[in-house]
Design a protein around this ligand. Structure first.
Ligand code: ADP
Length: 484
């Protein structure tokens, strides 16, 4: 079977978050099972320069969008026999400093940019010599693909367009635009209505996907249940309830080639669950790198994320500040960027407690690996978390996760109260600084119990969240939508 994945981010070529990691790891894992896999994604600025293996093809085409004809071209890279990556060149749309915007503002023409990507994906699917049977769309940026495919079947004589699946990586981002943007889709105006893509007088790209795709998945089973409720459904819970029979959750996996502490080129020393001596070297090196006193006996906490309300950044600032002010012995390292007030609050915290807190504001994949390797505990107090990848990386790198029991965090971390023998981390329920504070106190108590700490850390480091396991569920889903 041939499957085409459509995505706006693909690690290591372009990344702002977990979407990039997930699609690239899934594609490789699927190709490893023998499936023929293609991926279509934008050719953003600098990608050809930093990846000379991406080659331009002579496949050029043009899409009528409103009054203009927008030209595009595919670039291609074939990293392995079963896997082909297709990059959509359209300099006006994608040769820009950011993926979605700059200095905290989205690009004004994001609707046009991702309509273009979605329509390019269909050109690819229609004209490849071995057309895909399944087109697997990821998030709102490719949410229009299912309705575009249906239109192509009904009105342009494409007898067998691929079956479509939409995976929701984060329901909070829906791609909502003024209705004028519908003209750029090339779809008839009467196809825009409440049962398709119209949502409160705006075009909603994700809703278009959720109403039209053959199947819907989210990135963890627990999140698939949560989004059926008003608390997590972001206004689409009614629609999702209607599609309950077509909705499922498949937990993301980890690319253990990239996240392998025994061979990670970003780390100053290698280590494994069997031999942790290198982790102590990583901790000392991280303390030096972040300008903190080098001290093996102080527990080192960390967080790496977009700085937003979703990720509980404000809870971390409050909790770490109050614990240190109360005289607790701990260190904390933050890597991230996002809302300016949160960036400044982390800078202030680091200034207030220079021997205990270090904050690096920015995006730095190498440092993110060194933090996971050097940290003893990892804080993830998310308000909601569709899957979350950093708790999975933390487990493998021996940074015990402290998580709010929501979404994929609930599915992937085991608290000692639930199962002492298999415990991998610490969980709390309420989204509040007080609850996180209590959980960190538990971690500090655990730090003083080396046998317990070793047991929990070992469980986490040996837990298996490999894509080999998870990708089998996607293969089963692809087969089932093709049978329908
Ligand atoms: P989300 O996709 O909601 O941002 P995830 O936990 O699913 O959250 O994935 C986030 C990914 O982005 C992880 O690979 C994480 O390490 C990475 N990441 C987030 N912020 C940074 C940063 N400032 N520097 C490096 N990597 C980061």
């Amino acid at each position: 079977m041939h499957v085409l994945l459509a995505t706006s981010e693909l690690n290591p070529y372009s990344k702002t978050g977990g979407l990039a990691d997930m699609v690239s790891a899934l594609a490789r894992a699927l190709a490893g099972t023998g499936l023929r896999v293609s991926v279509v994604t934008p050719l953003y600025r600098g990608m050809v320069h930093s990846n000379p293996s991406i080659e331009p093809t002579s496949w050029r085409w043009a899409i009528p969008m409103g009054d203009s004809l927008v030209e595009g071209r595919f670039h291609c890279h074939k990293p392995s026999p079963n896997l082909t990556l297709w990059f959509v060149e359209q300099a006006g749309f994608f040769d820009r400093p950011g993926l979605y915007g700059e200095v905290g503002r989205d690009y004004a023409d994001n609707s046009a940019r991702f309509i273009f990507l979605s329509r390019a994906a269909l050109i690819l699917a229609r004209h490849l010599p071995d057309p895909p049977k399944v087109l697997h769309c990821h998030d709102w940026q490719t949410g229009l693909i299912p309705i575009l495919a249906r239109h192509a079947r009904l009105q342009t004589g494409w007898a067998q367009p691929p079956r479509t699946i939409v995976t929701v990586h984060n329901l909070a981002f829906q791609g909502s635009f003024p209705t004028a943007s519908w003209a750029l889709t090339g779809l008839p105006s009467d196809w825009l209505h409440w049962e398709s893509a119209l949502h409160f007088e705006r075009v909603n790209f994700l809703k278009a996907g959720l109403t039209q795709a053959q199947a819907i998945t989210t990135v963890s089973p627990n999140y698939a249940q949560e989004i059926l409720t008003p608390e997590y459904g972001c206004g689409l819970e009614g629609l999702l309830l209607k599609r309950y029979n077509d909705l499922g959750g498949i937990l993301n996996g980890v690319d253990y080639e990239e996240w392998n502490s025994a061979s990670d080129p970003a780390l100053p020393a290698a280590f494994s669950a069997q031999d942790l001596s290198g982790k102590a070297v990583c901790k000392a090196a991280l303390q030096r790198e972040m300008g903190l006193p080098e001290n093996p006996s102080v527990p080192l906490f960390a967080n790496i994320s977009r700085l937003t309300e979703q990720k509980g950044s404000a809870l971390i600032i409050q909790t770490v500040g109050s614990l240190i002010a109360a005289g607790e012995s701990l260190q904390f390292v933050q890597l991230g960027s996002g809302e300016p007030t949160l960036e400044n609050a982390f800078r202030d915290l680091a200034q207030r407690f220079p021997d205990q807190v270090a904050a690096r504001i920015g995006f730095d994949p190498g440092l993110s690996h060194r933090i996971e390797a050097g940290a003893d505990f990892y804080l993830m107090p998310s308000r909601f978390e569709p899957c979350g990848l950093n708790q999975l990386y933390s487990l493998r790198y021996g940074a015990i996760p402290i998580v709010r029991a929501t979404g994929g965090l609930q599915d992937s971390v085991i608290d000692p109260r639930d199962n002492a023998a298999q415990a991998t981390g610490i969980k709390f329920t309420t989204y509040s600084a007080a609850a996180l504070h209590k959980a960190v106190l538990k971690a500090l108590a655990l730090w003083k119990e080396p046998a317990w700490l070793k047991h929990i850390r070992h469980n986490g480091m040996t837990a298996d969240f490999s894509w080999e396991k998870q990708s089998a569920e996607y293969v089963a889903l692809y087969e089932s939508v093709c049978r329908e």
